[in-house]
Ligand binder design. Structure first.
Ligand code: HGY
Ligand code: MN
Ligand code: MN
Ligand code: MN
Length: 421
């Protein structure tokens, strides 16, 4: 496996062609011509194109369309006020040069599953909704799952107002420029109280399903994870005339810290990644004055994650001291371990096991999701669709046509099983 299929549209349309049509409309939005990856950052033009697409899908189906106080989009089949709603959806934004599936597969599958239920003529006792949560990846403002965190009250409006992008544009200004009132943002308990269950379908971001030979799986847990900013400050100086012994080179310390992160993660059976860096003055012939590196680390349990991050920080401080470099470490975000609702998970297993005869493995994951954030407030579950490349957050991310179709049918079965009269 592993051939990057260049975002080729998954096809067969379980619900009369709607899946393929939606997929084709979304594919060009925010795609970078050279990298072939997606750059759909929150509240930028590409994101607004995706949001317009969502509103169009709602209108085309005669669904009740809403944007909530935090900018999340909703499309309702049934009365949004009735309560005990079954909600499904995901996100449309991307990481830098992300793949086509992380996020959009869940939103497109949600609309297709609704179409499938309508084609079946299912008599619904509960309202259904499709949701697009804003700013899931945190690619622009540094914090992931902003839309769901705000709604769940896990991010205060005041803290959200302090988020800024690399150009110094604040989140409120970005929202305002996109026509959304930033003074409205904040916890939305009344909205959550009207939801009885949330199910997010997502492309798998590893190869567990590929290895087990299953098209669809159910999520068990999300690893605790966080982002830490390491600021190494040294002394800018001439690359040609400064003797090695006279240098206070933060790049050297940063490099040693990257190696330490790899070692600590390996020892703990966890993961640790420095995927983003900024350098000042960023000149080819100058020793840097500042190297700022962002650590993303995740582990199966909190104790292991603490061990990894403490170990990396300790190593970084040792290397910094040895080279006369100052170090500040700031935890920018953190998400504790998520254990998905057992009753809902079992119900999904029952629905999928009996109706389709497919086996449904239960998987843990190191990736964060809006479903993880919401699980603190409402019963929440996730479905994963097989990804033969196992690659994600990259254009090589993939899901085969018939696996996407199986995902839509599984989601339709789940929605029907939960909401049928
Ligand atoms: O897991 C992540 O990096 C993000 O929350 N999707
Ligand atoms: Mn992602
Ligand atoms: Mn995602
Ligand atoms: Mn010079």
């Amino acid at each position: 496996p592993g051939r990057a299929p260049d975002g080729q549209p998954p096809a067969p349309a379980p619900a009369g062609g709607s899946f393929l049509e939606m997929w084709r409309e979304l594919l060009p939005l925010g795609r970078h011509a050279a990298s072939r990856g997606y750059r759909r950052y929150a509240w930028t033009g590409a994101d607004l194109d995706c949001r317009a697409w969502f509103a169009d899908q709602a209108a085309a189906r005669g669904l009740t369309y809403e944007v909530d106080r935090n900018g999340n989009q909703w499309a309702w089949l049934g009365d949004p006020e009735a309560g005990d709603a079954v909600v499904t959806g995901s996100h449309l934004d991307s990481v830098p040069d992300g793949g086509a599936f992380d996020g959009p597969l869940g939103v497109v599958s949600s609309f297709a599953a609704l179409d499938e239920l309508r084609a079946r003529g299912t008599d619904l006792a509960r309202p259904l909704a499709v949701v697009n949560f804003g700013d899931e990846e945190g690619a622009r403002f540094g914090l992931a799952c902003v839309g769901s965190r705000l709604t769940a009250g896990q991010l205060t409006a005041a803290d959200a107002h302090r988020l800024t992008d690399a150009d110094g544009v604040s989140l409120p200004r970005a929202m305002e420029a996109a026509g959304h009132d930033p003074d409205a943002i904040g916890a939305d308990p009344d909205r959550l109280a009207r939801i009885g269950a949330f199910v997010e379908l997502h492309v798998e971001q590893g190869r567990a399903l590929d290895l087990s030979g299953d098209r669809v799986g159910i999520a068990s847990a999300i690893w605790p994870h966080g982002r830490w900013r390491f600021d190494f400050r040294g002394e800018a100086n001439h690359a040609g005339t400064t003797r090695l012994v006279d240098r206070r080179d933060p790049m050297l310390t940063y490099a040693e810290t990257v190696l330490a992160a790899r070692r600590e993660a390996r020892l703990a059976g966890a993961v640790a990644t420095f995927g983003k860096i900024s350098v000042e003055p960023n000149g080819v012939n100058a020793i840097p004055s500042l190297v700022r590196g962002w650590l993303d680390s995740r582990a199966e349990d909190q104790a292991s994650l603490d061990t990894v991050v403490d170990g990396i920080e300790k190593a970084a401080r040792g290397h910094a001291e040895a080279h006369g470099v100052d170090l500040d470490v700031v935890r920018e975000s953190f998400t504790p371990v998520v254990e998905f609702d057992h009753a809902l998970r079992d119900e999904l297993g029952r629905i999928l096991g009996t109706d389709t005869g497919i086996t449904v493995p239960v998987l843990g994951t190191g990736a964060g999701h809006d479903a993880g954030i919401l699980s603190g407030s409402i019963p929440t579950a996730m479905l994963f669709v097989r990804n033969p490349t196992g690659v994600s957050h990259s254009p090589a991310e993939h899901a085969a046509e018939d696996d996407c179709a199986a995902g839509v049918l599984a989601l339709a079965d789940v929605l029907e099983g939960l909401a049928r009269r």
